[in-house]
Structure formats: structure tokens, C-alpha cells
Design a protein around this ligand. Structure first.
Ligand SMILES: [Zn+2]
Length: 66
């Protein structure tokens, strides 16, 4: 898992938004451009993705880089 405030799960990219003593909260990187409200929660080692809400768009892995 890469560091630097980004995480990937099932082709979606997330930006770190909040960190607590035991978990971190991530918002979909497409929140702005796609109005996506998907949120994911992991532990501090980014090993657990949970509370993942639905995306409003296809996974990033299916789109080409521009
Ligand atoms: Zn999304």
C-alpha cells in the first residue's frame, strides 16, 4: 500500500481525510469531479477497508490516464 495520503481499494483511489487513535477515514478521490460520496475506513496500517459506501462512477482502473 503506498504512503503519502492515498489508498487504493478495488480500483478506487482515496484521499486521507481524518485519523484517529485506531483508524483512518478516507474519501474517494473523485469526490470533487464526480460528486462521489464514497467513504472508506481502515486501521492505521491500511490493512482493513470497511464501511465502504457506493461510488457514483466506475473504478479508476477502468479509465485511462490523461
Ligand atoms: Zn468514488
Amino acid at each position: 500500500m503506498p504512503s503519502g495520503g492515498l489508498a487504493y481499494s478495488l480500483g478506487y483511489c482515496y484521499t486521507k481525510k481524518a485519523k484517529s487513535a485506531v483508524s483512518q477515514r478516507w474519501e474517494c478521490d473523485q469526490r470533487g469531479s464526480q460528486k462521489c460520496r464514497a467513504i472508506a475506513t481502515t486501521d492505521l496500517e491500511l490493512t482493513v477497508m470497511k464501511s465502504v459506501t457506493e461510488h457514483t462512477h466506475a473504478a479508476d482502473m477502468f479509465k485511462g490516464k490523461t
